[in-house]
Design a protein around this ligand. Structure first.
Ligand SMILES: CC(C)(COP(=O)(O)OP(=O)(O)OC[C@H]1O[C@@H](n2cnc3c(N)ncnc32)[C@H](O)[C@@H]1OP(=O)(O)O)[C@@H](O)C(=O)NCCC(=O)NCCS
Length: 196
């Protein structure tokens, strides 16, 4: 089964297998596999202001957390990635760690489509809150999460997860906590367009 999401310039397909192919030019969403780890690290590295983690960290995400990560490919190339996990002590929460979209596809709905795909996963059954952090200067990220909250008809609370001082000597902005929810366990409104 494939679910097709439409952006301005491309269709976005959800695939149940990482190796799934799509018509040329369309974007395929799937869980990542270990073979995607290096390309994902390169995408994050090119997606400032994100902090790129080690290749090993992305390999672990692809190996152990694939069910809660989303990988987007177009013509065989990595064009998007969202990492997330269920915090062990808060089983009704999904924590979204990093979201990155290739420069040429930004502003076309791919970031939000990956979050919708994430929330539709069986692995997130029982989750009714999404948490993430956003640096105060990252307006595109804040807008993406606020827009998702509107689609979900869910309230948004803001707090602080990590203060500047928590980063020690690193020059790092405070990380504001955004908590969306509660939301019903369902497909957010408006998407997908159709299933085939
Ligand atoms: C943040 C990021 C993932 C957004 O991805 P995207 O595919 O461009 O976002 P979308 O097209 O799905 O947009 C989602 C919403 O956010 C808004 N938005 C996204 N980027 C925006 C920008 N630069 N300026 C204003 N609004 C923006 C869109 O208008 C849309 O709102 P709508 O649904 O009300 O129309 C992308 O800009 C990126 O990779 N940035 C670099 C890495 C980063 O900062 N990641 C976020 C931290 S986890």
């Amino acid at each position: 089964m494939a679910v097709v999401y439409q952006t301005m310039t491309a269709e976005i397909h959800r695939a149940s297998r990482p190796s799934a192919r799509s018509p040329r030019g369309d974007v395929v969403l799937a869980a990542p596999s270990v073979a995607d780890g290096v390309a994902i690290r390169c995408l994050v590295d090119a997606s400032k202001p994100l902090d790129a983690n080690s290749t090993y960290a992305y390999l672990l995400l692809c190996r152990h957390f694939a069910d809660t990560c989303v990988h987007a490919k177009r013509d065989g190339r990595t064009v998007g990635f969202a990492s997330a996990y269920r915090p062990p002590l808060s089983r009704d929460v999904v924590f979204v760690w990093q979201v990155a979209v290739a420069q040429e596809l930004r502003g076309q709905g791919l970031g939000k489509a990956m979050l919708r795909e994430l929330l539709s996963r069986q692995s997130l059954r029982g989750c009714c809150y999404l948490e993430t952090t956003v640096a105060p200067s990252n307006e595109p990220s804040r807008r993406m999460f606020r827009s998702l909250a509107r689609e979900l008809d869910a309230p948004v609370e803001e707090g602080v997860l990590f203060e500047e001082a928590d980063f020690g000597g690193d020059r790092h902005e405070r990380e504001a906590l955004i908590r969306i929810g509660p939301f019903a366990a369902r497909q957010p409104k408006g998407e997908p367009l159709h299933e085939s």
